[in-house]
Design a binder for this molecule. Structure first.
Ligand code: SF4
Length: 254
């Protein structure tokens, strides 16, 4: 009997994907796999428990144990929009390890929360993951966008993860992401200033530790971005960036 493994990230897309998987295949051989970065928003844990109960399949929670910042210090490399040692180590390798230990590629299908607006990602991902079969149910018709998925979630009686209501594009790493852009970090500063200052401080510590002029954002530290915002300077609010912890590829950090 085919096993169905949904990468259940805490995002709306993975909940919707899981809904489609159990509609098509039932819950008996479906598993929801959550990989914890130990830096998640507190409301994510409430959400994944409620969302998994709504889907009706078992939720498996795994964690490597380190946070993204601990990975950056250990690897002596600050993640950025191009290279993400955090998700490589804490998400993709953990999920690969779990799959190898618990499933057989001959009778397993893995599902990601990519939707039709980013179909190119599953087109690039699927061949690289062979012999494991990767599918993205939200790329199939009927086509629904994120707003419709959130309405679907509310109709199911589940409160959306609070980060969406705070204006974040995803529910990963507590509103932080090394792939995020200026607009995303400006929202983090506006909505969760203490959390922003924590990441600003960690970036400064890593720069001192490495003795290098590195930054998450292109040509701008989080400290410089905050100072620019506070001085009412112009920043690129449309630079949001994109996070795809499960759908990007491993690249060697320098
Ligand atoms: S959400 Fe961003 S910072 Fe967090 S693990 Fe994924 S790529 Fe890294």
């Amino acid at each position: 009997m085919t096993k169905h493994v949904v990468f259940f990230s805490g995002g709306i897309g993975s909940w919707a994907a899981a809904k489609r998987v159990v509609e098509r295949h039932g819950t008996a051989n479906t598993v929801l796999l959550f990989t914890d970065t130990r830096m998640e928003d507190e409301d994510l844990y409430r959400f994944i428990d409620e969302a998994a109960a709504n889907i009706g399949a078992p939720l498996v929670k795994i964690a490597e144990g380190r946070t993204p910042w601990e990975v950056f210090f250990d690897r002596r490399f600050l993640g950025n929009s191009q290279i993400d040692p955090c998700s490589e180590t804490l998400k993709r390798k953990m999920a690969d390890r779990w799959l190898k230990a618990n499933c057989d590629p001959a009778d397993t299908v893995c599902y990601v929360g990519i939707d039709w607006t980013e179909e190119h990602r599953i087109i690039r991902l699927a061949p690289r993951k062979l012999p494991w079969i990767y599918e993205a149910p939200m790329c199939d018709p009927p086509y629904v966008d994120k707003r419709q998925m959130l309405a679907w979630l509310k109709n199911a009686g589940i409160k959306p993860p609070r980060l969406y209501e705070m204006g974040f594009a995803h529910n990963n790493c507590g509103g932080f992401c090394v792939k995020a852009g200026q607009g995303h970090f400006a929202n983090l500063l506006r909505t969760l200033p203490c959390r922003y200052l924590y990441h600003e401080q960690k970036e400064q510590e890593l720069r001192a530790f490495l003795g290098k002029n590195v930054s998450i954002l292109k040509d701008l530290t989080l400290k410089a971005l905050r100072e620019k915002i506070e001085a009412k300077g112009q920043i690129d609010m449309f630079e949001i960036g994109g996070c795809g912890c499960f759908v990007d590829f491993d690249a060697e950090a320098a």
